[in-house]
Write a protein that binds this ligand. Structure first.
Ligand SMILES: Cc1cc2nc3c(=O)[nH]c(=O)nc-3n(C[C@H](O)[C@H](O)[C@H](O)COP(=O)(O)O)c2cc1C
Length: 204
């Protein structure tokens, strides 16, 4: 048995779930149309069907459709990033810092919808549970022709209590992830290449 995944993909089962998984891309260019509210609710419902440690279902969501507020949050996140000294950082961080410094750069790519995922304090494994919910939501979105992107650059916002208060987030809920959604300007973007030699060992 080869350790190369390309051996497997040529015999992969083809059904709608696999097709959706392979078709999901991080989308950074959106059409202006809103995602309808009933669809937003269904995406969140899909998130809540993720597995969670000890079935704690710790995810909580803040939905933001107000584009002015999203712009404000983008600017605030950029300020927080720019306050950090990145001169001694690795090339990825320096590249990000240069992108963030561009005045026209919106960390949410002018998407029509931002969903922030918070973890309830009772969570056993908050980051893992919320990341699983996030992936469910991104795959569910793709299955409906809706693009998405996880915006790690927005994580700094979780450190600012006054912003969390403005968003109505209880003090004991922690920001785990920020996802943008919307209808993509361009469909069928090519996936960044995937490393195929990922199986360390196949025993038995
Ligand atoms: C935890 C996490 C944080 C990310 N943060 C950002 C981000 O701030 N901005 C962005 O444009 N993409 C972000 N991404 C998207 C990745 O760049 C993307 O998933 C990766 O390049 C692979 O591309 P694909 O999602 O199209 O397969 C993030 C992804 C993850 C999982």
């Amino acid at each position: 048995m080869s350790n190369d995944l390309s051996d497997l993909t040529c015999r992969a089962p083809v059904n709608d779930v696999f097709k959706t998984i392979y078709a999901r891309r991080s989308i950074r260019d959106y059409r202006p149309e809103d995602v309808p509210d009933h669809v937003i609710r269904e995406l969140i419902k899909a998130g809540t069907y993720a597995p969670s440690a000890v079935n704690k279902q710790p995810w909580r969501f803040v939905v933001i459709k107000d584009r002015e507020l999203m712009k404000k949050l983008s600017n605030r996140a950029k300020e927080l990033w720019m306050e950090q000294d990145v001169s001694a950082s690795n090339p990825d961080i320096i590249r990000l810092a240069n992108m963030i410094a561009r005045p026209d750069f919106n960390i949410f790519y002018n998407a029509p919808l931002l969903i922030m995922i918070f973890a309830h304090p009772d969570a056993f494994s908050p980051q893992i549970d919320c990341a699983l919910a996030a992936e469910n939501m991104m795959l569910a979105a793709r299955s409906l022709g809706i693009g998405s992107c996880w915006i790690g650059l927005a994580a700094v916002l979780g450190q600012v209590r006054e912003i969390m208060n403005e968003l109505g987030v209880p003090a004991d809920c922690k920001l785990m992830g920020c996802l943008i959604f919307g209808y993509p300007s361009q469909l069928d973007l090519k996936a960044p290449g995937r490393e195929e030699n990922v199986i360390l060992k196949w025993i038995g």
